[in-house]
Write a protein of this length. Structure first.
Length: 588
């Protein structure tokens, strides 16, 4: 499964804004490159040289099909991105057939004109594009640095042919598996390509479940042509299957518009294991695409026989010192009150992140590691299944209940490859609760690291003492009271099944009716907070605890003969524990 290109998705908003504000303005040029008009101003030292008085260079390679689609026009400007301009005294751009070859076209600007971000540098002589290119072209830039500089503008989006670097005497190195360089060729003319879509990426679920028979796919497409496109066909092929699955997408894509589209197919997959999907965009409503080479993308998946019902875990970081925490707590309550999510979402609150309070448990502070390895923290904050969503941390600041709903929905569609069944037995004599969790897995290596199980004892409806930011009476929910271990225990498997048991002591101040057990199984990587996804969760509330030691709680005196704990017959019992028909009961 590929990781969706979050930079492209966020850039979609900027592109749509630009299109809307531009209206029907005449298109004067198209750009050749991989960065979709976006430039990175974030410094990445690993793509730069720390030497003094050296030239450094970067380039992208464009296949002949990308060049020839612009036949009848001229390449006039190269736009080169800089993340930093300090210590750069000269900058030039160029076009070559080979990285070390002669410049087919070139241009440059002096130190006074160099700026952070985009630098639009005209070629000394425009390069005519005749449509007969057979080798492809390298488009790049070089700059001279007098001292240490970190100028290369790079996005950390691995893209084939999008990042070639020359940082020292060892020559050019292809580092396209690490990112893409912000450089574009700007083409002008009267014959700009009209119909030219590009399929930027296709994303399939990591697992395809044979029992369900459905595959949901998401793609990102961009309109590189100057004519508006109103729809297109999507053809899907799966290795080993002859059938072609065709879906029509109706969507208005203006010039440079980007569309995130999704569709569903019912493929005739019967074999377990790895597979590959290949998607092709064709049959535009307006006619034939001029460059079909960039209309194809593929992704891998793994077929499993079945999955299990999923429960999503939301973890909230909150304290009574946090004046904004009641707002996010309300988001949580609104989500959990929705009928759709009552039985498929559970929550745990860690009282940490913005100082601590009287409800802080030791594990709450341990989990500050999830922010950024225990660095700066904040509250309110949350994690949804501890999923990092393409970033380096699973922790984020919730901005609305709709955002939480969207993230939960994203997790609910992911197949759960392990089940989590939770039971709890309460012993009134010892004031202990024994938690028993069992389940099965549908795939042996459903986690990258040995799967771990964490069990929480949670208490709801705790009256706040001094909650900042709340004008009325505030009640804490989902408060962490106990945990088996901070980072869980490695599951011991019996084939594909497991059984796990732990015991919690109940403090006298716990209100039993408000207790809840939450268990989760997750992928624990102690070296990377972004790789700790929760595989599945389960829960049981106090009302469903079973009781040992005392068989029942009686509000009235039972009619059978009653004995006290010393074996004496009791005819007028008061509140206490008694024996009736060989069983212990409580008289209230």
């Amino acid at each position: 499964m590929s990781i969706p290109n979050m930079r492209k998705i966020s850039y979609l908003l900027l592109t749509l804004l630009a299109v809307c504000t531009a209206g029907n303005a005449q298109v004067t040029n198209v750009n050749l490159g991989y960065c979709d008009g976006d430039v990175s101003r974030t410094v990445h030292s690993e793509f730069c040289s720390s030497e003094k008085n050296v030239w450094v260079s970067g380039a992208i390679w464009l296949p002949a099909s990308d060049i020839n689609v612009c036949a009848g026009n001229e390449l006039k400007i190269i736009r080169a991105g800089l993340a930093q301009k300090i210590s750069i005294d000269t900058m030039c751009v160029w076009v070559r057939e080979t990285l070390d070859g002669n410049n087919l076209a070139e241009g440059g600007i002096p130190k006074a004109d160099i700026q952070k971000g985009w630098n639009e540098i005209p070629l000394n002589t425009s390069m005519a594009l005749d449509g007969n290119n057979t080798t492809g072209l390298y488009i790049g830039y070089s700059y001279h640095q007098t001292s240490v500089n970190q100028g290369m503008s790079v996005f950390l989006d691995p893209t084939p042919n999008a990042l070639f670097l020359k940082l020292d005497d060892e020559g050019w190195v292809d580092r396209s598996d690490e990112g893409l360089l912000c450089v574009e060729g700007m083409v002008f003319g009267d014959n700009l390509p009209k119909l030219n879509l590009r399929l930027a990426s296709i994303d399939t679920p990591e697992y395809y479940v044979l029992d369900k028979g459905k595959m949901h796919l998401t793609g990102i497409v961009k309109n590189l042509g100057v004519q508006t496109v109103t729809g297109f066909d999507v053809e899907t092929r799966i290795d080993g299957i002859d059938e072609v699955y065709t879906t029509h997408i109706d969507s208005v894509l203006e010039f440079q518009g980007i569309k995130v589209f999704d569709f569903e197919i019912s493929p005739a997959i019967t074999q377990l294991g790895k597979g590959r999907v290949t998607v092709t965009i064709n049959k535009l409503n307006e006619g034939d695409d001029l460059n079909m080479v960039d209309n194809v993308a593929s992704d891998e998946f793994e077929a499993v026989e079945h999955d299990y019902s999923r429960i999503v875990l939301i973890e909230e970081f909150t304290t009574e010192w946090c004046s904004n925490c009641p707002r996010v707590a309300e988001y949580m309550h609104q989500l959990l009150d929705k009928e759709t999510y009552k039985d498929v979402v559970v929550a745990v609150c860690h009282h940490s992140g913005y100082d601590t309070d009287w409800l802080t448990a030791p594990c709450d502070n341990s989990y500050l590691w999830y922010y950024n390895d225990g660095g700066s923290t904040y509250a309110p904050a949350a994690m949804v299944d501890r999923s990092a969503r393409g970033g380096t941390t699973p922790v984020f600041l919730p901005t609305s209940v709709d955002q939480l709903v969207s993230l939960v929905n994203g997790r609910l569609v992911k197949p759960a490859l392990v089940s989590v069944n939770v039971k709890a037995e309460l012993d009134d004599e010892t004031n202990k609760v024994t938690v028993k969790v069992n389940g099965s897995r549908s795939k042996e290596d459903f986690t990258a690291n040995p799967a771990r199980i964490t069990v929480y004892l949670v208490e709801n409806n705790i009256k706040a003492r001094n909650q900042q930011g709340s004008t009325g009476e505030f009640v804490h929910q989902h408060v962490t009271r106990k945990v088996n271990t901070d980072w869980g225990e490695v599951i011991e498997w019996n084939g594909n099944d497991y059984n796990y048991e732990c015991t919690f002591d109940l403090r006298a101040d716990y209100v039993r009716d408000n207790l809840q057990i939450i268990a989760m199984i997750y992928d624990y990587d102690p070296n990377d907070a972004s790789k700790n996804d929760v595989a599945n969760a389960g829960t049981v509330y106090y009302a469903d605890f079973t009781t040992t030691g005392i068989s029942a709680v009686q509000a009235e005196v039972p009619s059978s003969t009653m004995y006290d704990l010393y074996g004496r017959v009791v005819t007028q019992p008061t509140k206490g524990i008694y024996i009736v028909n060989g069983q212990k009961v409580i008289v209230k």
